[in-house]
Design a protein around this ligand. Structure first.
Ligand code: AMP
Ligand code: MG
Length: 321
């Protein structure tokens, strides 16, 4: 159990320019004082994250958001009222106090107010906005438990605030209000708040996913969230060829295995077919399969509605070679 003392000590470490891993409702974050470029540089070093990939800045409330962005357009305000605190990040024009290393030199900064009590308590106690990507090595599977963080960075961090598994289990949705002609946001990354939920407030919006040639948002990198084991969809044309001669094959299924094949291991994301439960289980299930030394993981595609979009987005990138 985390105590108030743990959170205060971690907040002090953040103020001192150190890194702290902490739980959010999406995945575990690796945080630094967003206004201290040297502290933020440590995140890129330890994660081996390329400097072109900007970080999301976490705030305790809307008034702290005002300290890092120029202004909040009306539609963004409505979305914040509806979905904050929660898994929705907004890219807005940054104020000069936000160091370039945070935004990878971009004019916009992504901000989010997490709903997790420990995350908000930590940000409040630190008294500064916290830049935080997921607490894992760049490109690999995101951490949804404190133990996942310990596996990657246990010996290199003074503070890993462990509060058990994350409720949502996939990263935040990212919308951008930069360069919009119609005032409507562009969807840059599917995540914990669904496109349907956003459109219930804004009406139909543009999505900018899979524009590989010119990613406006590095979360659009084709290969990401990846296990070391090759992963292929069950409907992939090259599956037969890939399976040839391989004996240790694992299945990552949604509701129930759709084939009766003899798998070396099977992970089912949600027996009841619930997207929320499936999202919460996704990264931990990928990690368990990845730890078995399998030759191949076969993933079953799931319907792309609701949180199914975020799940399929992560699986596609895990499958990309
Ligand atoms: P994460 O690895 O979850 O921290 O993801 C952060 C992702 O949010 C980045 O890879 C981008 O896709 C997006 N993002 C963060 N900051 C910005 C920004 N300033 N402009 C555009 N996208 C951003
Ligand atoms: Mg990440």
């Amino acid at each position: 159990m985390l105590t108030e003392q743990d959170i205060l000590a971690a907040a002090q470490a953040l103020r001192d320019g150190e890194l702290v891993a902490f739980p959010t409702e999406t995945v575990y974050g690796l945080g630094a004082n967003a206004l201290n470029p040297i502290a933020v540089a440590k995140i890129f070093e330890i994660k081996e994250r390329p400097r072109f990939d900007p970080l999301i800045v976490h705030v305790a409330d809307v008034s702290q958001a005002d300290e890092v962005v120029e202004s909040i357009p009306e539609i963004a305000q409505s979305l914040m009222e509806k979905f904050w605190p929660g898994p929705l990040s907004f890219v807005l024009n940054k104020l000069p106090c936000v160091p370039d290393i945070v935004t990878a030199g971009l004019p916009g900064v992504a901000i989010r107010c997490p709903s997790h009590d420990v995350a908000r308590g930590l940000i409040r106690a630190a008294g500064v906005p916290i830049a935080a990507p997921s607490a894992n090595r760049f490109g690999l599977v995101s951490p949804t438990t404190g133990s996942h963080v310990m596996e990657s960075f246990g010996d290199r961090l003074s503070f890993v605030l462990d509060d058990g598994p994350c409720k949502i289990g996939v990263e935040s949705t990212v919308v951008s209000f930069m360069d919009t002609n119609d005032g409507l946001p562009k969807l840059l990354r599917h995540g914990g708040i669904t496109q349907e939920q956003i459109e219930s407030v804004t009406g139909a919006i543009n999505t900018q996913m899979h524009e590989e040639s010119q990613p406006t948002s590095p979360g659009q990198l084709s290969r990401h969230y990846s296990p070391a084991t090759p992963l292929l969809f069950s409907n992939d044309d090259s599956l037969a060829e890939m399976k040839n001669g391989k004996s240790k094959i694992g299945l990552l299924g949604f509701q129930s295995p759709s084939s009766s094949e003899d798998f070396a291991a099977i992970e089912i994301l949600s027996k009841k077919g619930d997207y929320r439960e499936a999202a919460a289980n996704l990264f931990a299930a990928m990690r368990r399969l990845d730890a078995l030394g399998l030759d191949l993981i076969i993933a079953e595609p799931i319907p792309e509605i609701d949180l199914g979009r975020a799940i399929m987005d992560r699986l596609r990138r895990a499958a990309a070679r």
